[in-house]
Design a protein. Structure first.
Length: 123
């Protein structure tokens, strides 16, 4: 229920897309599931998943802890996406910075993804 997730959900609902949130039956409990399209949307924070953009930073205190935490997050994301692809789902990863920087373009790419124009995307 982060602000970027809520923005994406509101846009989807306003455009007539119906979805589930954090469906526990699916590996990794994706943020948004659109069952009829077998499409999943993961909304990721640039800090927590170390995107590499201007919103990415590393705390100076306790660097060993944070490096391990970020590495584990990245490895978990890769494994989960791989498992979801093997299960026949299409996965879109939407980064927090894309929502903040160019929301309209992000939404257009998401719509194209949901409608089946692309298999797996990272926005």
């Amino acid at each position: 229920d982060t602000l970027p997730e809520m923005c994406v959900r509101k846009m989807l609902w306003a455009n007539g897309y119906r979805f589930r949130v954090c469906d526990r039956r699916i590996v990794g409990h994706p943020d948004i599931v659109i069952p009829r399209c077998r499409a999943l949307i993961e909304v990721r924070g640039c800090f927590w998943h170390q995107h590499g953009c201007k919103f990415t930073s590393k705390p100076k205190s306790n660097p060993e802890f944070w490096n391990e935490k970020f590495t584990n997050n990245i490895v978990r994301d890769i494994k989960t996406n791989w498992k979801l692809s093997l299960s026949g789902y299409r996965v879109a990863t939407v980064w927090e910075c894309s929502i903040k920087n160019d929301f309209d373009r992000t939404i257009e790419r998401l719509k194209a993804f949901i409608n089946g124009d692309e298999e797996t995307i990272e926005i």
